[in-house]
Design a protein around this ligand. Structure first.
Ligand SMILES: Nc1nc2c(ncn2[C@@H]2O[C@H](COP(=O)(O)OP(=O)(O)OP(=O)(O)O)[C@@H](O)[C@H]2O)c(=O)[nH]1
Ligand SMILES: [Mg+2]
Length: 344
């Protein structure tokens, strides 16, 4: 095993920083590093934190770090910054809001820019989550990895799919609920946080979300499907949280992140969901589905690279033919596939 991998697995923050950079840049050897680390992953609890800009995600993450640290966990954070080309403001904001943890050797915070990502944001984030997973679970320690993304684009939503739990943060008075519906966030959420509960409209916001969840359940019952969210659970425990063993209904927790209010119930809701993901058949199936997706995606990438490499001349010729209308692009593709498969 490489020296760097060993040091990551021992929980050295500086090694984690180097490894993350290597993976982020896809520098030579990064795949070997990931291969070495992989067997030691899967132990940390990974939470995706998403929501509209300014909803208070970073402030909340800062509080969650505090909460998980009190439980004795080592915490890795990846903050995906959507706005870097203009202001760099978000990175700065994240840093400032989580600053007090900067000197804690059991907290590691890394901001990454969304732009200029080879192979997509979701892939590199997934790889970075794995590294932090291994780092945070060093020894027999409890590890937690938090991933903050702005829930706007499909790519950003994708990122939360690497998580056990997706926490969607909303704030009253932003028209968040309606937007979230459009963006498909409602289907992604495992736990909702209505942050800025010190502002007017928080209760209304909670009601709106609960209504949408209820409507979603009804629709899923009618359509006879769901993604493991509750179909017939009873409200129990936290703010309407319901897990009847097989199904999960996202609870809605009110918080004031700036004052640290509502953090304990939020941590409790996360713990409940984690337990559900780890124990339920649904949860295991979900994990399997994500890994299947990952392998398929990486296979697709590898095959395309191989085909483009092996068939570069044929590819050029085919493009010229299509351009001359001598052949249509569909037939050209079929022929290229046949050529590729016929290779020794
Ligand atoms: N009143 C109030 N303000 C809050 C609360 N939580 C966060 N804020 C403020 O809201 C602003 C945005 O907070 P951030 O934590 O940076 O929000 P964010 O969602 O991480 O923002 P981006 O990363 O830029 O998308 C800051 O000025 C916070 O101080 C809260 O509970 N109540
Ligand atoms: Mg932020």
């Amino acid at each position: 095993m490489s020296d760097l991998a060993e040091r990551v697995l021992r929980g050295e923050p500086r090694a984690a920083a180097r490894a993350l950079r290597q993976v982020d840049d896809r520098a030579p050897g990064y795949l070997d590093l990931l291969k070495e680390v992989f067997p030691h992953t899967g132990r940390a609890y990974v939470v995706g934190v998403t929501g509209n800009p300014g909803a208070g995600k970073s402030t909340l993450v800062d509080r969650l770090i505090e909460g998980f640290r009190k439980e004795g966990a080592t915490v890795g954070v990846i903050a995906v910054d959507p706005t870097s080309p203009y202001s760099g403001g978000a990175i700065l904001g994240d840093r400032i809001r989580m600053q007090r943890h900067a000197t804690d050797p059991n907290v590691f915070i890394r901001s990454v820019a969304t732009r200029g990502h080879l192979g997509g944001l979701s892939r590199s984030t997934r790889d970075m989550v794995r590294l932090l997973d291994a780092w945070a679970s060093a020894g027999e320690g409890k590890g937690v990895v938090l991933v903050e993304t702005v829930g706007v684009g499909q790519d950003e939503l994708e990122v939360t799919r690497t998580a056990h739990t997706t926490l969607v943060v909303m704030a009253p008075g932003m028209g968040d609920e309606v937007q979230a519906l459009k963006a498909g966030i409602m289907e992604t959420a495992d736990v909702f946080c209505v942050n800025k509960a010190d502002k007017d409209g928080a209760d209304g916001c909670v009601r709106d979300i609960e209504l949408v969840i209820a409507l979603g359940k009804e629709t899923m019952v009618k359509m006879g499907k769901g993604r493991g969210h509750v179909v017939h659970g009873e409200a129990a425990g936290l703010g309407g949280a319901a897990a009847d063993g097989a199904n999960w209904s996202p609870p809605v927790v009110k918080c004031v992140a700036t004052r640290g209010e509502g953090i304990a119930p939020l941590l409790e809701a996360l713990a409940k969901h984690r337990a559900w993901v780890e124990a339920s058949v649904e949860g295991r199936a979900r994990r399997r589905a994500r890994l299947a997706e990952e392998v398929r995606e990486s296979l697709r990438e590898a095959l395309i690279d191989a085909a483009v490499h092996d068939l570069r001349e044929e590819l050029d010729a085919a493009v010229a033919e299509v351009d001359a209308r001598a052949v249509d692009p569909y037939t050209a593709t079929e022929r290229l596939v046949m050529r590729f498969r016929a290779q020794p």
